[in-house]
Design a protein around this ligand. Sequence first.
Ligand SMILES: [Zn+2]
Ligand SMILES: [Zn+2]
Length: 373
Amino acid sequence: MTVKMKEEQQSAVSDTRERNSLNGGQMRAAVYRGSSVISLETVPIPKISGGEILVRVHACGVCGTDLKKIEYDLVPPPRIFGHEFAGTVVEAGSNVTRFQVGDRVATHHHIPCRKCFYCSKKLFSQCEFYRRTGTTAGFEPAGGGFAEYVRVMDWIVEEGTVLIPDDISFEEASFLEPLNTCLKALETAELEAGEVVVVYGQGPVGLLMTQAARCEGARVIGLDFFESRLAAARELGAEFVLHPERDDVRGVVARITEGRGADLAIVAAASPRAIEDAQGIVRRGGRVLLFAQTVPGEMVPIDASRICVEEKKLIGSYSASIELQEKAAYMIFERKINVARLISHRFPLELLPEGIHLASHPSEHSLKVVIQP
Ligand SMILES: [Zn+2]
Ligand SMILES: [Zn+2]
């Protein structure tokens, strides 16, 4: 991916910027302009209506789904991405009762209708209403966290916004939504305590998944090609950390499962080879869950007999569940999950392209990238 930076009418930075920009109605934002171009622009601060709040963004995680939308031009521009954000309420509409100016909050940017066919089946992320993004910094709503201010729409204020305890940092709170997606994946996979889980990829998402599976009482084997990520996985509770090329992964799995194979494999890496391998590593009747395959049209080899004859299940999970919001908040606010350990880099808004480049070209030294607008 080539992320180009285009600077336009950049506002002068001064100590009084915050007050001036609120008064003057202008803010800085990183606007996606198509063809992988991110442009730092001065745009209007969003206006809110009665049931809405305006949040000053303090931390916003760079998410793999944003990277793919930018890299593969998956959605039409212009948009301001960034949905994993936390910040302070600076304005509250006259009908808002749950929050007031000064509150520290994080949001889930999608909320289901709870009335449709899909909601009745608890397939919340397939609900049409759920797909509407409820936070925006302008243009077609796309999160908005890569800007100074975000407008949080009324249905997100009511059901998707969470108060952050005083002792939890904004960047820790920005993991609420990503952790929720991992908890939802484990629920979808019907993970049970004591099961053996292989997590392919120990990047920021894989490490969240490893910790969440540990909290559910699973025995976790973390796989990655980077030593630093294997070290993090060990530190964060993986029972075994293995390098797919150097270590005998099948041998280890066989040894701890009486030769059966893993109960569950989670593919948290965008690698077709990992999917193929995962199908071999789970036991008969086991499950393979795809978690990183979000680009439409990606074809992968699948041995169909493993599904038919060996009764292995191939499943997927996408986005968050409204029913897991409280659990995700509990796990982060009580520090059952160590999210601070996952942050490797922090960038100001001006350096978002650098952050995006780093997040899409992982190295020994990189994990989660957080933007501080
Ligand atoms: Zn995300
Ligand atoms: Zn629905």
